[in-house]
Design a binder for this molecule. Structure first.
Ligand code: AMP
Length: 421
């Protein structure tokens, strides 16, 4: 469907057309009319499906009309689980709203200095994009006035829940006017998310485009069995030398592994850098800008830090360590094949990982095809599933049992991320 049929203001249509979008994606086609009509909305849609524009375009459409309330606080509030996602949402808002007079975007993230944020919050704001922890800090200090707030958007609400932000989200929602429009995007709409939606929304419309487990049909998924760390490193080196690699994200289990591997790759002459939650916000932003500008060929990242990265040049995702949760696998591979491009997702797995690989396959409903590179064949031949020792905790969490000597525990990464507000 063309954007012209969606009742958006001509100045927004002009910005969309300059972004090179010729037609609305399915989530945009369904969500935009409901949101323009003012309904609350709960939506699930696949990563990379164009969900940001699906909520941001109707939000901007509201800003065309002046606010009925006095004051200079935000009219639109978007909460995101991670800083990177917040920055991406802010960039999208600025891009689509660039011809509107009153579409000032302010981004409030943990890990950034307070004085600048205090100043930004004391001025006129139309769209506020924030991570919940830092926003609560400002709210408690009385620096935010929500009297003009018309729309509250929770992006990747499932992840905010996973990261323990639920109380913060509810407190923030309580501080906003009852009359607001509430929008929630999440991988799943069941369970705790359904309850959260019910508590925050009035007769929400439901849209399910495709679950997170939907096929990434444009992404080729490959599996390489590995014997040990040295085998992994040789395989990685071989893959990165492949001429078809434009840019790659390599995922490790821990922040320390990300640093070590990025240093190893730099020493080998690759334009490599690490991205993880122990870096300052300034370092993370600088790294992402270099990635976007093509100055980094190999980004070595942890799950939370890499969530939401949207860089068209990423042709390969390599799971140097498998993710702990099958859902993270879907998020990781979704960093390639953005906006219709094709991509390759490669996973390294040891013999002990076979069951975990199968669990990921069950979750995605797709097979990760085993590949072997001549001269780099694994000594190990996978055994049939029935003879393998179970490695899962009761809640389906994978326990590596020390198979990878470089792991230092993985641990509660979300808690650590949160600690760094
Ligand atoms: P998102 O799902 O919001 O992360 O968006 C994924 C990518 O799709 C981003 O790079 C957007 O710029 C791009 N995108 C969003 N809407 C459209 C559209 N209608 N046509 C083409 N690309 C789009």
């Amino acid at each position: 469907m063309s954007f012209e049929n969606l009742n958006l203001h001509p100045l927004i249509l002009k910005a969309i057309s300059e972004s090179g979008y010729t037609s609305a994606t399915p989530i945009q086609e369904k969500a935009i009319p409901e949101l323009i009509e003012g309904h609350d909305l709960m939506a699930s849609s696949q990563t990379g499906s164009g969900k940001t524009a699906a909520f941001m375009l109707p939000a901007l459409n509201r800003l065309v009309e002046p606010s009925k309330a006095a004051g200079k606080g935000p009219r639109i509030l978007v909460l995101t689980p991670t800083r990177e996602l917040a920055q991406q949402v802010s960039q999208a808002a600025a891009k689509y709203g660039k011809y509107l007079k009153n579409a000032k975007v302010v981004t409030i993230l943990g890990g950034m200095p307070y004085p600048l944020q205090n100043k930004l919050l004391s001025q006129h704001v139309d769209i506020l994009v924030a991570t919940p922890g830092r926003l609560i800090d400002h709210l408690e200090r009385g620096r935010i006035n929500f009297s003009r707030l018309e729309m509250l958007i929770l992006d990747e609400a499932d992840r905010m829940l996973d990261m323990g932000f639920i109380d913060d989200v509810e407190r923030i929602a309580d501080a906003t006017p009852e009359s607001r429009q509430t929008v929630l995007f999440s991988a799943t709409l069941e369970g705790a998310i359904g309850k959260l939606g019910a508590s925050l929304m009035k007769e929400p419309k439901l849209i399910k485009i495709a679950s997170q487990t939907a096929k990434h049909e444009n992404i080729e998924q490959r599996l390489h069995y590995v014997d040990d760390m040295s085998h992994k490193n040789r395989l990685l080196d071989h893959m990165l030398r492949d001429l078809s690699v434009n840019q790659a994200i390599v995922f490790t289990a821990t922040k320390r592994d990300a640093d070590t591997l990025a240093d190893d790759l730099l020493a080998k002459g690759y334009d490599a850098a690490a991205l993880h939650g122990d870096m300052s916000q300034r370092e993370r932003t600088r790294t992402l800008t270099r990635l976007r500008q093509g100055g980094i060929k190999v980004l070595v990242a942890t799950d939370v830090a890499a969530r939401g990265i949207d860089v068209a040049g990423i042709t390969h995702v390599i799971n140097f360590d498998l993710p702990k949760f099958a859902e993270d696998y879907v998020h990781r591979i979704g960093r390639t094949g953005r906006a219709g491009a094709t991509g390759i997702a490669i996973s390294f797995a040891s013999g002990r990982d076979s069951l975990h690989v199968r669990k990921i396959e069950r979750f995605t409903g797709q097979t990760i095809t085993p590949h072997v590179i001549e001269g780099l064949e694994p000594k190990f031949k996978p055994r049939p599933a029935s003879t393998q020792k179970r490695n899962y905790s009761a809640r389906g969490e994978y326990r590596n049992n020390g198979a990878n000597p470089r792991r230092n525990g993985g641990g509660d990464r979300y808690a650590r991320e949160r600690g760094n507000r």
